[in-house]
Design a protein around this ligand. Sequence first.
Ligand code: F6R
Length: 241
Amino acid sequence: MKVIIEKDYERLSKVAANIVKDEIEKKPNLILGLATGSTPEGMYKELIRMHKEEGLDFSQVTTFNLDEYVGIDKDHPNSYHYFMKNIFFDHINIDPNNTFIPDGTAENPEEYCKEYDKLIEDKGGIDLQILGIGENGHIAFNEPDEYLNLNTSIVKLTESTIQANSRFFDSLDQVPKTAITMGIGSIMKAKKIILLANGKKKAKAIRELLKQDKLTTQLPASMLLLHPDVTVIIDEEAYEG
Ligand code: F6R
């Protein structure tokens, strides 16, 4: 696991965007795994700048998002579909037909989860996966528990995640309690992974992860220690706490 510590969020975002850019330039039809949330917003902003000012070309790129709330419509302002469209997709030249986000309203969720993993595989697998990390050490919505799901699954969100995500909703009880998420196995199949973390709130989880001494389902991000190509990019606040 490679660790890069950057001075602040702006630097972290630029370093992450540069890695994405390099990978697209190496492979224009890159299969890119994406995350939502506050952490990657700066990276998306920088990628949009690179597209507009430097001609970074997304026309052949395919994206797969990690997760989506269950029971929230794609047009709902709190859906991850809405987030991705507004924050990123609408501002670059990606073909909307090449952007995939789990469907939280699928009629047969179990069948749908299998189809999502199969679609990733059929497209050739994820070349580069971007991850954030929860305050509780979750990656995607794989929450600390006795076991972790290997494949894309429907999961219950923990109180700590519901609390953390309530900042985007009008009230706590509006936050969905379940989500559809790529599993740990789906994530680990990515050829290259970047995990981003900024701010003091992430310091505890990052401290545990950077000990690099144990795998535990209580810190889902620790599973990344088994992956051969992970880069953790953090700012000083996430490092020092
Ligand atoms: C979102 C996701 C989550 C977030 C994590 C951190 O697609 O997979 O694991 O990365 O909850 O969220 P932020 O970045 O809002 O602190």
